[in-house]
Design a protein around this ligand. Structure first.
Ligand code: PLP
Length: 387
């Protein structure tokens, strides 16, 4: 067994391995797609944006898709359209933008716990926190569906609208049904590290015409066309340039997701028997995008904690991210009033996301996994060398 580089072994990657690389489509295809709009002088919200909206609506099987400048503004506008009459209940184990979108609407956040195995909103804990809420927002964490039908039932019992932060979820399915079709509205991201790539961009998917209409108005200042704005909107338009990238990315999305799933199952096979390492638990009837491949490190069973594993991986030339740590309720932006979420704190302290992208191959996944196994087997030596 090779020694971890931190103990003097040869580096697994002498050329450091980046954490992520965008699955950007070939530039010549983007140029060809963009040319008609560009030459006609239509640089934003033109035929390519409409084509993207229609293609995505058809693919998902949803009535309305509105393309926006990014997922954050899509969430802001979707919440505005839902007009919650109380705090929005959401997991703290999510990306900050989920909570920011609520706060920018001058609506309070109410954080709930996540599940230790799935990392998703803990619906049982959430059901104890619904008093007086105005809406629920759940995230499909790392691209795995977050039990959307059960979440719908929770929202129905609380009699509030439901929004999904589907930033990670383009291409995922629950029981054969596409993510994007659940709740009142779902919002995808097309930023560089998300499954569908536009560079920057978001997609708001809904079966409710009035929500689609409000988001459509809201992305254009709230201007219905006569410059007499109906409400305080944003400029959240998607440019034709970004739509061209997104359309080319959409052409290859199934191939791209297949590759991600193959790499993820290789990690799972390699890591399943490593004591103290847990991969994300996924419902067997769901398909995942693996936007992030996140493991949880039990420091007692693994022999060393997450932070030490991260240092060892870095020494071996492997870049990682602690998604999501700190959890949102511990961030300066959202920690007032303080809320106690011990399970979320524990999960956040244990997670680390490993590299997973199109340009990796099985051999690279095996080498990354090999370092993790070696770190476990040399945990005692590492502990003494790190203290
Ligand atoms: C990336 C991300 C967002 C924000 O998406 P943008 O397109 O960058 O605005 C929101 N929520 C989650 C969970 C994300 O990962």
């Amino acid at each position: 067994m090779t020694l971890p580089a931190l103990l003097g072994g040869p580096q697994a990657f002498s050329d450091p391995l980046p954490f992520a690389r965008p699955a950007a489509p070939p530039l010549d295809k983007v140029f060809a797609r963009l040319a008609p709009s560009y030459d006609a002088g239509t640089l934003t919200t033109g035929p390519l944006v409409r084509e993207l909206e229609e293609s995505v609506a058809n693919r998902l099987g949803v009535d309305h898709v509105v393309a926006v400048a990014n997922c954050t503004s899509g969430l802001m506008l979707a919440i505005h359209a839902l007009a919650p009459k109380g705090p929005v209940l959401l997991p703290s184990f999510t990306f900050s933008a989920s909570a920011h979108a609520i706060s920018w609407n001058a609506i309070d956040t109410r954080f709930a716990e996540c599940d230790r195995a799935t990392f998703q909103l803990d619906l049982e804990d959430a059901s104890t926190r619904t008093e007086g809420i105005g809406a629920i927002m759940a995230t499909h964490v790392f691209g795995a569906p977050c039990s959307p039908l059960e979440t719908e039932r929770l929202a129905a019992r609380a009699n509030v609208p439901l929004i999904f932060d589907a930033a990670h979820g383009f291409g995922a399915t629950h029981d054969g049904r596409a993510i994007g079709t659940f709740g009142d509205v779902e919002v995808f991201s097309m930023s560089p590290t998300k499954p569908l790539v536009a560079g920057e961009g978001g997609l708001v998917a809904t079966n409710r015409a009035e929500i689609a209409e409000k988001v459509r108005l809201g992305r254009d200042y709230g201007n219905p066309g006569n410059y007499n704005t109906r409400f305080v909107g944003l400029n959240a338009r998607l440019s034709e340039l970004h739509a061209a990238v997104a359309l080319c990315s959409l052409d290859a999305i199934d191939e791209h997701l297949e590759k991600r799933r193959a790499l993820a199952s290789r990690y799972i096979t390699n890591l399943v028997d490593v004591p103290g390492i847990a991969t994300q638990a996924v419902d067997p009837f769901d398909t995942h995008t693996w936007k992030d491949f996140t493991i949880s490190v039990n420091p007692i069973e693994f022999g060393i904690n997450r932070d030490a594993l991260v240092r060892a991986l870095r020494a071996d030339g492997i870049d990682t991210r602690n998604y999501f740590d700190p959890p949102v309720h511990k961030q300066h932006s959202h920690n007032q009033p303080p809320v106690d979420l011990p399970i979320t704190d524990e999960v956040s302290s244990r997670v680390v996301s490993l590299p997973l992208y199109r340009d990796l191959n099985d051999n690279m996944i095996d080498r990354i996994s090999g370092v993790i196994v070696s770190v476990h087997e040399h945990a005692d030596q590492l502990t003494s060398s790190l203290t």
